[in-house]
Design a protein around this ligand. Sequence first.
Ligand code: RIB
Ligand code: NA
Length: 309
Amino acid sequence: AAKDLVVVGSLNCDLVLPVKRVPQPGETLAADGMDTVPGGKGANQAAGGAKLGHPTHFVGQIGTDANASLLRASLQEAGAKLEHLREVPGPSGTAIIILQSNGENSIIIVGGANQAEWILSDAAKAEVSKAGAVLLQREIPEHVNVEVAKLAKAANVPVYMDAGGMEGPLDPQILACLTLLSPNETELNRLTNMPTENEEQIEAAAKMLQGMGVEAVLVKLGAEGSLFLPGKGQPPIRQRAIKADKVLDTTGAGDCFTAAYTVAILEGMDTKAALQFASAAGSICVQRAGAMPSMPSRADVEALLASTK
Ligand code: RIB
Ligand code: NA
């Protein structure tokens, strides 16, 4: 059997404000209500892996506020193992999500417990060292990611990282440990300072990222699919997206894609099949509202894959 996935990262309570468009500076706009939804890139990815039926542990920090129980309950419902979820006094992480009617979003996060002093227990460290793969993002202090990446690498555990979260360059110590780094266009641009307006530019920037020490780069292009650079001089793979009938809410779709790809590889699929699997998962995710609640089950993904054959 494939070994467990360990996701180390953030949890956020998402305050979703549906609006027609993003307000201009100095402009006042009314939102069409406000939804409170469980999210956070780490928690979304853990829920994503667990809902796909893969044994998935979540290592993270949750607050002691009212939102904490919502976050814990929805991770539990998704099937994620929470023995390494640490409670710290104070608020949980929060994300303000401006959700436009075309499904696009802009997000502002408030760290809360994700940015409080981190303590990695010995049990959590042991979980990392015996994992089938470790999955990281950028919504927790970078020194924690450095520590986890090094631990995993020393134990020969592949390290996957979703580039979503804080801006700024990635610590070279992390880059040196990564089996795969997965940015979207915006994150690729932020990490390389190179333009990512068209496919040529995206490929050049992804190669630059690879030159910084990462083995493989998987660029998420949303409705345009993905670009995968396997590394070691192998040719890039360009994967088209499985088209969504109606894009309702793209929040969490990147998390869903990265988690699904990681699970697929962990379970032994080849790159092409894994990209197709991730693309199906992402396509379902954008047709559902909210981040964590929009993660598809294994059966959902397999049904979509079967219908596209
Ligand atoms: O990637 C989507 C997530 O980003 C949201 O759930 C929000 O919490 C922010 O972390
Ligand atoms: Na969604």
